[in-house]
Structures are given as C-alpha cells and as structure tokens.
Ligand binder design. Sequence first.
Ligand SMILES: [Mg+2]
Length: 297
Amino acid sequence: MAANGNKVGSKRRKNLPYNVILLDIEGTTTPITFVKDTLFPYARKNVEKYLNNNWESEECQQDIIALQKQSEKDKDLEGVISICKSEDIKGMDEKSRQNLINSVVKSVAWLMDADRKVTALKQLQGHIWTKGYEDGELKGEIYDDVVPALKRWTSLGYKVYIYSSGSVEAQKLLFGYSTEGNLLKFFSGHFDTKIGLKIESESYQNIAKSIEEDPSAILFVTDVVKEAEAATEAGVETVISVRPGNSPLSNADKQTYKTIESFDELLQDEDLDPKKKKTLLESQNVELNKTPTVTGV
Ligand SMILES: [Mg+2]
C-alpha cells in the first residue's frame, strides 16, 4: 500500500488476495462529526415543520402515536414531557393540533437531551432526515478521496460493501444524497447491526457467509479499534482509517494495524494480485483501443 507500506512490520502479503472491500462510514468515508453536528441538530430543528407538513400522512400519525406511548412509559421519569392521548389526530381542531405539536416538539427535545435510543425517537428522526435529504436540505458528507477510490476499486472488479451501525435505510440516504451525488451504484450491498454488532467477530463471519466469500478475501476499513479487533479475529484483514477528529490510536494499535489517512493509499496498482492486474491491463488496453488514432503524428 503505497505511502504507508512500511507502517506495520508486517504480516501483509505482497499480492493482496481480496475480492471485497467492506467500509465503515463515520470516521472512514464520512467525518465523525456528521451525525452529531449535522443530522441530530437538523432533526431537532425540524420536528415542528415535519409534523405540520406531513400531518395527514399515516407515517406521521404513527410517529405521534409511538411518541405518545413512549411518554406514557416514561411518565415517572424526571422532566418528562407528556403528550396527551388523542383518539382522532386527523380530525382534531386547530387549537388541539397546535397543542399536540407543541408537546411532541418538547418531548422530542427532552428525549434527545437525554440521548435516549428509543425506537419512537429514532423512527421520527429517520422520517425527518428522509424528507431533509429528499428536499436537498441535507447532504451526506463524504471525504474527497472516497469517490476516486470507489471508481478505481469497482473498475478493478472489487466489490464494495458498507457496514455501519446506522440502519441500511440511513446509509442509503447518506450515500444516495451525498455531497458527491448518488454513490449507491458503487456498492454491492449494505449491512447494519441486524447482522450483528460491529464489535463482535461473529458479525464479520456472518457478513462473509452472506456474501459467499472467505473472511480472508475481505478487507475491512474502520476507525474503531474494537471493530478492527473483532474483524481480525474473524479472519478479515483490517485497516484503520485515521481522519481528522477520530479517536487517537495508541502506539500499540499503530503497531498492530495498518493505518491510512486517505483511500488513495488503499489498493493501488502495486498492491494488486496478478489476476486483477491482468484485468486492469486488459481494461486499459480496451480503453486505448477505443482512442481514435491521430494521423500524421
Ligand atoms: Mg466508524
């Protein structure tokens, strides 16, 4: 691997046997601050607008009912904002509607302040983000070196998958409406915690099984050492992504894992296995053959 080839002593083989690149999102393709500094504040700011604009939709009604139920469950907690039960949300008069909206807005702020991971909140946030992306108000932030690497890897025949704690739906929004356009075409598939937690080695075995690859044919890129440990235990080759704002690595971590600061460092020409190199050369020849001959040169 080009620039950092000597960082790890290393067990790395000269010719890489990978077929698949498995990418984490936060701290890897995307700044670690994106969720905290962009997505969460956006959801908080847009609860009222979302409820007003989508009041009549079944989805919005379900969101309100779920939050009402949650506030019932939380009724003994300090500072809880209760949301009055309403049998007929659609047929409500304007004043009751405004009261209900106000209590939902306050309740969501309270849940978010307490960093609650409850389904009712996650579901509403997901719907607000979907609208935000669709309306062009939100764009998934992607590091500059990501798209050139995705193009390079996929043109060489590598398959690229995403594995993130964020739901598959959220992943598709982030990459589908990214600062670099719709990137979904580069991915062969997406995994979230339904396949298992990212810090458990079994999850990586499950992914390998589900894509019908040997774990050793997978290269996983993440910023989190515990995830790297789990993947390594499963026999998956792992590289740690060092991006601005990521948690610092200990010296021992730097000794154990290969690190990269940019995807430019991953799977460059000199890292290719001979079969892939042949394919690359052939595809380049095809490209050359397509070039119109300039006469008289
Ligand atoms: Mg991460």
